[in-house]
Design a protein around this ligand. Structure first.
Ligand SMILES: Nc1nc2c(ncn2[C@@H]2O[C@H](COP(=O)(O)OP(=O)(O)OP(=O)(O)O)[C@@H](O)[C@H]2O)c(=O)[nH]1
Ligand SMILES: [Mg+2]
Length: 344
């Protein structure tokens, strides 16, 4: 009945990797240390590693430089008060009797062999399940409709996971929106713990693979280093204490959508949700989550391209003051938040 969400800030250990090139065996016949092709391959590895290390040092150093800069915005100016609730342990009711109408949003791109498992493992009593697709060249949509005839299909107009999720959010009618991937890496059975965190008072519940009770078997060493650097930068710049940044299992109140004012098109959408929620003063809780391996097919994420998009999102959201409705809707978002808390 009850689940304890032990939410504790866990420091991500980030270290600078040193490019390690194994000693090439010396050919006794030619006296050469490696073939031309092999040297070429090592050269490529070296240049990728040095590019990565360069990027990582920029990510580490930038926050320190910007903090010293007279134009730097102090975290206080971002209305972070009450935005975090990471220190408390709380018992929460995860029964469907919580009263929220739960909308699940799933973006899909060529997931015909995965989507069935995801849909079959969704918990009962959901308000609606929304599938956002438009570019799959396989039978993803047909499989989804066959397994779940009540599924709501949203046609993707703009390419990208972020654009797909935004289109899905716009089509929801529930109180709590849960987003998860269709590649079987996220267990639908965890949905109740996200909903429970929202029902316990959070506006945004973000999954974390690095909290006690969470984990991952699907992250490479390179991505772990990149995630660590981006996480550290975000925590420094926003005065936050998260254990995780780039993970797409999340839930939030539909009433927070206006305050979030999302506009990302790609994989940086998850980061945008987090940093915009911080800026809007929304209450954020981390929920332990386990990431399994993608079952079939290949990842659409490109580590350097998408890592850079995440970094750009973190920096631009922190250092640009906008007079757009995205940020000025915070007051309206808070009012809605109160209504929905008392009304459910
Ligand atoms: N509709 C839509 N869905 C997408 C698009 N790109 C990715 N997705 C979906 O978004 C989810 C996450 O994409 P993945 O390719 O698994 O990327 P990832 O989980 O961030 O990265 P990995 O950890 O490498 O798997 C999956 O359900 C994809 O099918 C897109 O352009 N349009
Ligand atoms: Mg995936």
């Amino acid at each position: 009945m009850a689940s304890v969400l032990a939410v504790e800030s866990q420091k991500f250990v980030v270290f600078s990797a040193v490019a390690h090139t194994p000693h090439a065996p010396v050919s006794s016949r030619t006296g050469r240390t490696a073939s031309g092709a092999r040297c070429k391959a090592f050269g490529k590895v070296d240049s990728v590693l040095s590019y990565y290390l360069h990027l990582q040092s920029v990510l580490f150093i930038t926050p320190f430089i910007l903090e010293l800069h007279p134009m730097a915005i102090s975290p206080m100016a971002l209305n972070l008060d009450g935005g975090l609730d990471l220190a408390n342990e709380r018992s929460v009711d995860i029964s469907p009797a919580g009263g929220s109408r739960v909308s699940v949003v799933i973006p899909t791109l060529n997931e015909e062999r995965n989507i069935g498992w995801v849909l079959e493992h969704l918990p009962p009593l959901l308000h609606e399940v929304i599938l956002v697709d438009g570019r799959s060249r396989d039978r993803t949509v047909e499989v989804a409709v066959a397994i779940r005839p009540d599924i709501v299909l949203v046609r993707e107009q703009t390419p990208g996971k972020g654009a797909a999720l935004r289109a899905g959010f716009a089509a929801t009618t529930g109180d709590v929106l849960v987003m998860l991937d269709a590649d079987c890496s996220m267990d639908p059975a965890e949905i109740p713990s996200f909903v429970a965190a929202i029902e316990a008072g959070a506006d945004v519940a973000k999954g974390s693979r690095f909290l006690a009770g969470g984990g991952t078997v699907d992250i490479s060493a390179l991505r772990q280093l990149g995630n660590g650097a981006l996480l550290r930068m975000t925590n420094l710049l926003y005065g936050a204490g998260f254990s995780e940044l780039c993970y797409g299992y999340m839930a939030f109140r539909r009433s927070s959508l206006m305050a979030l004012g999302l506009r990302s098109t790609g994989f940086e959408i998850e980061t945008e949700i987090v940093v915009r929620a911080l800026r809007a003063g929304l209450r954020i809780r981390e929920v332990p989550s386990f990431e399994a391996e993608r079952r079939f097919g290949v990842s659409n994420l490109r580590t350097f391209r998408d890592g850079w998009r995440v970094a750009r999102t973190v920096l631009s959201e922190r250092f640009t003051r906008e007079a757009t409705p995205d940020i000025t809707m915070v007051a309206a978002g808070s009012a809605l938040k109160t209504d929905s808390l008392s009304g459910s």
